[in-house]
Design a protein around this ligand. Structure first.
Ligand SMILES: [Zn+2]
Ligand SMILES: [Zn+2]
Length: 418
């Protein structure tokens, strides 16, 4: 069976997350999107954990379903923690996602973490332990725990990001690197960028939404093919660990330029810098330090040339979430009624969001939408789009109908570029 998984999400108890995130809401969104395996998120948070225990019931071994639900949506227990620690007097903060096969193990881990953290303060708690200590703690709580570094390239909290200062997973996780079998690429990098790093060849490259509100579930996802009879927590984790095309079929990813840390830049000065053209560290307008983006960081750490494709690499598909496609075409905000109505029409008449983006016949989409939406989806599938790259916390834009040209930047920076 096809397993479409989003393994990194947040509950309404995590910082800056929507109040409307509930188990029922997550379930219903997964049905629309075509996701049949979703992480619960925030298993360290006492109130959310209590809600999970009362709303979920066991399904296949190690997996859960919403109580009373007849759908194929499964939940896997898992949340994100932020490791806060010092290395040679320098403060480090890196994020990792921890998956667990049962509630007892979640409780056991929370017991350990609660000695180094205020777990009820945030659904994504800060834990005063190193990344390596967190992996050790998870495996102590349950040897079947599965830990992967989250959004590894993002400047502030990614293990390989510019602010963390680690130049390898080995440096970030020391001897516990032996227990890392996967990393999350994050929205600002795509598979080809990660293929350039030899150290990551032993890791599955995961694509997850890291969502803060329901509509963002599945904005990135992983597609596996697993024998239906054999489906369980263990077979799913094995499919990730094996990192083999036979079971790990593909990832759906943002165009990396759309991520908010793709280029370097300084947000306040509207300065966006393509690191392949300018290698500078200070803002050319105000002189403050630039936020060094993901593309720059990958170029710094890569030991393979651009365009390198490893043998048996897992395929990737660049995508734009369907609500964003519709919002762009209609020139409306993605939370407006007009966008929502068109979205619901498509998912009720054509198929899941996954199908509409990836493989539904164009004629079928045409019958339930407009010629411009059809053109936008075709352009996306064929990568015939113009992209304005994100930088320093500003999301990039995928110009699906090629309406615009060029990067919006401040006049004074433009002048200096000439
Ligand atoms: Zn994170
Ligand atoms: Zn500046």
């Amino acid at each position: 069976m096809r397993v479409i998984a989003d393994l990194h999400i947040h509950s309404r108890f995590a910082m800056a997350c929507s109040d409307s995130i509930t188990v029922q809401g997550m379930h219903d969104t997964c049905v629309e999107k075509g996701i049949n395996l979703i992480a619960t998120g925030d298993t360290t948070h006492p109130t959310w954990l209590k809600e999970l225990k009362s709303s979920l019931e066991p399904a296949e071994p190690g997996l859960f379903k919403m109580k009373g639900s007849q759908s194929d949506v499964r939940f896997i227990l898992g949340g994100e923690v932020s490791a806060v620690f010092n290395v040679n007097g320098q403060s480090k903060r890196i994020h990792q996602v921890i998956l667990m096969p049962n509630f007892d193990s979640v409780d056991a881990l929370n017991d350990i973490l609660s000695k180094k953290s205020d777990l009820k303060a945030d659904g994504r708690p800060q834990v005063w332990m190193s990344g390596a200590e967190i992996i050790e703690a998870a495996l102590k709580a349950d040897k079947r725990a599965f830990v992967f570094p989250a959004h590894i390239w993002t400047p502030f909290f990614g293990a390989l990001g510019a602010k963390s200062g680690f130049s390898s997973l080995k440096e970030a996780y020391e001897d516990q690197v032996k227990n890392i079998y996967a990393v999350e690429m994050g929205l600002s990098s795509n598979s080809p960028m990660n293929w350039r790093i030899s150290e990551l060849r032993n890791c599955a490259l995961l694509a997850n939404s890291d969502m803060h509100s329901l509509p963002k579930i599945g904005r990135e996802m992983n597609v596996f093919e697993i024998d239906k009879e054999a489906l369980s927590y263990d077979t799913f984790i094995k499919a990730i660990k094996d990192n083999d095309r036979k079971t790990f079929k593909m990832v759906l990813k943002f165009f990396p330029e759309e991520g908010k840390y793709h280029f370097d830049g300084h947000r306040e000065c509207i300065v966006s810098i393509d690191p392949s053209k300018y290698n500078i560290k200070l803002c050319p307008v105000c002189g403050k330090k630039l936020v060094i983006g993901v593309m720059h960081r990958v170029n710094d750490l890569a030991d393979k040339p651009e365009g390198y494709v490893p043998k048996d690499a897992i395929p990737y598909f660049s995508t734009v979430p369907l609500r964003e496609v519709i919002a762009y075409v209609l020139k409306k905000g993605d939370a407006t009624a007009a966008v929502e109505n068109q979205y619901k029409k498509l998912v009720s008449e054509v198929g899941t969001e996954f199908d509409i983006l990836v493989n539904a016949p164009i004629e079928k989409i045409a019958a339930s939408s407009t010629p411009e939406i059809v053109e936008a989806i075709s352009n996306m599938r064929e990568k015939k789009v113009n992209i304005v790259a994100g930088y320093a916390g500003v999301f990039g834009k995928v110009d699906l109908l090629n309406r615009e040209r060029g990067q919006p930047i401040s006049a004074s920076w433009k002048q200096k570029m000439l």
